[in-house]
Design a binder for this molecule. Structure first.
Ligand SMILES: [Zn+2]
Length: 570
């Protein structure tokens, strides 16, 4: 049956096939595999047994760049999103990243332009919603309180009518951990209902929906992969969330059209966090960074006055959902908050050669690029990058004396493309991805390492700067493929997150734009299908025409930045 279906030469829309993608942010085989073996996750087990699966590697394991690479098939050098924030050109200010900053064409844009129908729900980095041939509900980069997170616009009203308030991300902090978990359950319930409603109603040829609970709850609950004697309740939270998602996957399989392929993907994996590392403190200790407060000649008050003035003019706060979820009611006391938030920016730039402004990146204060650059381009720049990289590799964990940095990449070793100029000059890969760069102005300068502190179920969840996130990301995400074009029981080796967009295009009988970095994962596909629809490349697919002008306003950015710092992302 299967062979007959795919051998036909006709390329009518019906025969080109459909793809459904379920994104589970941060999902990991380290958790899934033992639970499938225990019989707890029968649908995951079935997908692995009857479909293809393998680790999906995400070289920059942060949600914004990882999802942007998923949706474009391109590396950050081409799509331009490296982290939660990125430096504004010619300035020390940073901008928050959102979907509009993605400079490469998305999968749904390519499909839409080819007349295919699409439906996209809550994929991170999709705000403001792109015009597509179908519908799109944007992800956690949507400003809090916005009613303009759907395409078409009136889908918002329709969702409101049927489901009430649409939850993009629930409240995470300022409530007991037990309540946070409950809030995620409610979000999952609603999203499941919305998913079935939209599938029933629109029958898109390409459908994708992302669940965020896995990522957020792993940060709070994943002290170790298995019971360490103290974390039984927290591990049970994760197991029950995966079990709930397993049931959703089962309900999707039941309604999966015969010609459709189902993919389950994560943007990165997850694992226990060993420690927070104060990289700016370290740079200061090494003599490459100087805080403004350490230079009496600098009038710190002047800086603060300028920043506060900028913020009090803010009348509306376009706070992304992820920030809102982290900080429910922190709008009061703005002045104090902003003073605190501005502290990391208060560097003595004339005496600073290197600084951080992202989770894994170090920027060089380069003459001609930064306003008060101190490092000459060329030899001096290269020598400094080399010295910092060597020093990072010698940085040891005080607990076990082992190196905490696995490798330091120069940006051109990691990324390629027209947006390399906004990439960090050095990119740090932590040992086993088990550390996080942290900037917390409340910590004394002498402190380089902070160990995470686990929360009990009845503890109130504080913001991320409290050091209570016990889990962090890994490069190893998940990929499961199921359907009649997929080789049953096959293992996928060496898949990269950029391979998904081209693979999905191939599964829908569409050629892949030449610009796309990833490859079609042909080893997972049936030969009969590949013979009927060989993977093809076509010219083009570069920059996207729409939405390039969008940027959060300065006032919005200040407020958002403040909150991201409190969440610990800056
Ligand atoms: Zn993520």
């Amino acid at each position: 049956m299967r062979d007959q279906e795919v051998k036909r030469d006709s390329t009518s829309r019906e025969e080109k096939g459909k793809v459904w993608v379920i994104g589970l942010d941060g999902a990991s085989f380290e958790l899934i595999k033992p639970w499938t073996q225990d019989g707890e996750l029968p649908t995951f087990a079935r997908l692995m047994r009857e479909g293809a699966h393998g680790v999906l590697r995400s070289p920059v394991p942060q949600s914004p760049p990882a999802w942007a690479s998923f949706m474009t098939g391109c590396n950050p050098g081409k799509h331009g999103i490296y982290d939660w924030v990125q430096p504004r050109r010619g300035s020390y200010e940073v901008d928050l990243t959102c979907g509009a900053m993605c400079r490469s064409q998305t999968l749904w844009r390519i499909l839409s332009e080819r007349g295919r129908t699409v439906g996209v729900v809550n994929v991170p980095m999709t705000y403001p919603p792109e015009e597509v041939n179908g519908f799109l509900i944007s992800g956690f980069d949507t400003p809090y309180g916005s009613t303009e997170f759907t395409y078409p616009r009136d889908l918002y009203e329709e969702l409101k009518r049927h489901f009430g308030h649409y939850i993009i991300l629930p409240i995470i902090v300022d409530v007991p951990l037990r309540q946070t978990v409950q809030n995620f359950y409610e979000t999952i319930e609603q999203r499941e209902q919305v998913m079935h409603f939209l599938l029933e109603r629109y029958h898109p040829e390409f459908f994708m929906l992302v669940f965020n609970a896995t990522d957020s709850l792993q940060h709070l609950c994943l002290q170790s992969y298995s019971d360490n004697g103290r974390n039984a309740a927290q591990l049970e939270v994760l197991r029950s969330i995966y079990k709930r998602l397993d049931i959703i996957l089962a309900s999707l399989l039941e309604r999966l059209p015969g010609d459709a392929i189902m993919l389950v993907v994560s943007d990165h994996g997850t694992g226990p966090l060993r420690g927070y590392v104060h990289l700016d403190h370290w740079l200061a200790q090494q003599g490459w960074l100087r805080y403004a407060s350490d230079n009496p000649a600098l009038t710190v008050q002047r800086w603060q006055a300028r920043l506060i003035q900028g913020a009090v003019t803010a009348l509306k706060a376009a706070v992304p959902e992820i920030v809102k979820a982290g900080l429910r009611t922190r709008m009061g006391n703005l002045r104090t908050r902003l003073e605190e938030a501005a502290t990391p920016l208060l560097l003595d730039w004339a005496h600073t050669q290197a600084y951080t402004c992202s989770s894994q990146g170090i920027y060089i204060n380069l003459k001609g690029r930064q306003p008060q650059g101190t490092v000459e381009p060329g030899e001096e720049y290269e020598a400094l990058r080399e010295r910092i990289a060597q020093a990072l590799l010698a940085l040891l964990d005080p607990d076990d004396g082992r190196p905490i940095v696995a490798r330091v990449y120069k940006k051109e070793e990691m990324f390629i493309g027209p947006y390399l100029d906004v990439a960090p000059d050095l990119y740090v890969h932590w040992q086993e991805d088990a550390y996080l760069a942290w900037n917390n102005s409340k910590q004394p300068r002498s402190v380089l390492f902070v160990r995470p502190r686990a929360l009990e179920m009845d503890d109130i969840v504080p913001d991320e700067n409290s050091g209570t996130r016990v889990g962090c990301h890994r490069q190893e995400g998940i990929l499961l493929m199921y359907g009649d074009k997929v080789r049953p029981g096959s293992r996928i080796e060496g898949a990269q997150i950029v391979d998904l967009a081209p693979t999905i295009l191939a599964l829908m009988g569409e050629p892949v734009p030449a610009e796309v970095d990833g490859r079609v994962l042909t080893e997972a596909l049936e030969e009969t299908y590949l013979r009927a629809f060989p993977a093809r490349r076509v010219a083009g697919g570069g920059g996207r025409g729409q939405g390039e002008e969008f940027i959060y306003s300065d006032e919005e950015s200040e407020l958002i930045k403040e909150r991201l710092r409190e969440l610990g992302y800056l």
